[in-house]
Design a protein around this ligand. Structure first.
Ligand code: 4GO
Length: 261
């Protein structure tokens, strides 16, 4: 998959390119990441990329001409790519969107600065407007890198076999189970015995159950939006029964009593 970031700060993308899994994916030719400098498409001695807003007011706006030339250049390099503008006004980016984007041929990520880009650029050349969350940043570069990172790890072959993204495709809307590594006891806290048992079926069940519990306790909203599998529903039903048992035991003992035995 091909990524082109259109930006006035191309060096920011070295941070993404030069480390970890993304770097490896580039070295293995699974992806390419280029940063196109909008300033290279600006005219005049000062290569100006911004201008004052019509109607007055605070701040500057990105001039349309250099930005549009930079986007057209990116499109000429990879004509099958879709163009994304990073903006707080965009549709919210989530794991589902990451999967959708990972199936594309390429992405051109348009990174605004100042107060944003001239509206005529948005209406002409942008396929989607995407936001990584309800907050305002000084530029679209960090959101572009967040999106790229989330998409890149889903590209087949980018994560090595075991941690492969198909593993988490079903559980994309569940939080992860707890993780442990050596030593078996750390500062008095032991790793759950079951994980040392070598019983892979039991371990998988434990992982699913802890993953569901965590999601229920920390992010219940994720469960409301998720199509659950039958084994997940079974786990939730088991908790329901356990909770009902606790409650009905209360009606036998009577609530609000002092004795707790
Ligand atoms: C995107 C861009 C936040 C996001 C941005 C976001 N802030 N939530 N800032 O994805 C125009 C100039 C937008 C700075 C840019």
């Amino acid at each position: 998959m091909i990524f082109h970031a259109v930006t006035i700060f191309p060096d920011m993308f070295n941070m993404l390119r030069e480390h970890g899994i993304v770097r490896k994916a580039i070295e293995q030719d699974k992806i390419s990441v280029s940063a196109i400098n909008i300033r290279d498409f600006a005219e005049g001695k000062h290569k100006v990329t911004d201008d004052r807003p019509y109607g007055g007011g605070y701040g500057m706006v990105m001039k349309p001409e250099p930005l549009i030339r930079a986007i057209r250049y990116a499109k000429s390099l990879s004509p099958l790519s879709r163009t994304v503008l990073l903006s707080p006004q965009g549709i919210p980016f989530d794991q589902k969107k990451a999967y959708e984007l990972a199936s594309l041929n390429g992405l051109i990520l348009v990174c605004g600065r100042y107060e944003g880009v001239d509206e005529r650029v948005c209406s002409d050349l942008i396929d989607f407007e995407i936001s990584i969350g309800d907050y305002v940043l000084t530029g679209g570069e960090l959101p572009a890198m967040v999106m790229m990172d989330a998409v890149i790890r889903l590209i087949p072959g980018v994560l090595g076999g075991e941690g492969s993204s198909e593993n988490d495709s079903f559980s994309a809307y569940l939080l992860e189970h707890p993780h442990y590594t050596r030593p078996p006891v750390f500062e008095g806290e032991a790793v759950p015995d079951l994980l040392l048992s070598g019983n892979h079926k039991k371990i998988e069940e434990w992982r699913l159950e802890t993953s569901l519990i965590r999601t229920f306790l920390k992010r219940r909203d994720l469960l409301y939006n998720k199509k659950l599998r039958t084994n997940e529903i079974e786990i939730l039903k088991k908790w329901c029964l356990d909770i009902e048992k606790i409650i009905s035991a209360q009606s036998v003992h009577g609530a609000d009593t002092l004795s707790r035995d």
